[in-house]
Design a protein around this ligand. Structure first.
Ligand SMILES: [Zn+2]
Ligand SMILES: [Zn+2]
Length: 139
């Protein structure tokens, strides 16, 4: 397993810190691959584009990355910027094929579509790899 370039695995939750300035540590955190889908998830693992989240911020709560389109986009945007800073020699688009910085802007201008984005099926996509992820979480 590669090391995250976005977040140190120290029991803190990336979104607790990012959204609430809450730096407390949790008994367990769940690994989330910021860019997912069948092919990109492997690349996200390879490049360490993952964060550690409390259960609430991973799948459960209102601001959980798997429930909230804006939160998911925000993390992808940050992953892309981090990737570009760490790997100036690589081209994000030719690796991942999608510009999340651009998406971030279009999300910002369509406030109302918030939680009910029609094409929002991230959880299903990731569930294809579900067994793999839950195995990682248990270790
Ligand atoms: Zn959290
Ligand atoms: Zn996840």
């Amino acid at each position: 397993m590669s090391k995250s370039i976005m977040h140190q695995k120290d029991g803190s939750c990336y979104l607790c810190m990012r959204l609430n300035l809450d730096y407390d540590t949790h008994k367990t955190t769940e690994e989330h691959h910021v860019v997912f889908g069948v092919q990109n998830r492997t690349k996200a693992e390879h490049y360490g584009l993952k964060v550690y989240l409390c259960h609430e911020h991973h799948t459960e709560g209102k601001y959980a990355v798997h429930k909230n389109y804006k939160i998911a986009r925000m993390l992808q945007n940050e992953a892309q910027m981090r990737f570009e800073a760490v790997h100036p020699e690589l081209d994000w688009m030719s690796v991942f094929g999608r510009n999340y910085k651009q998406d971030e802007q279009s999300v910002a201008t369509s406030q109302e579509t918030e939680d009910t984005e029609p094409g929002f099926r991230f959880l299903e996509e990731e569930e294809i790899n579900g067994t793999q992820e839950s195995r990682i979480q248990r270790t």
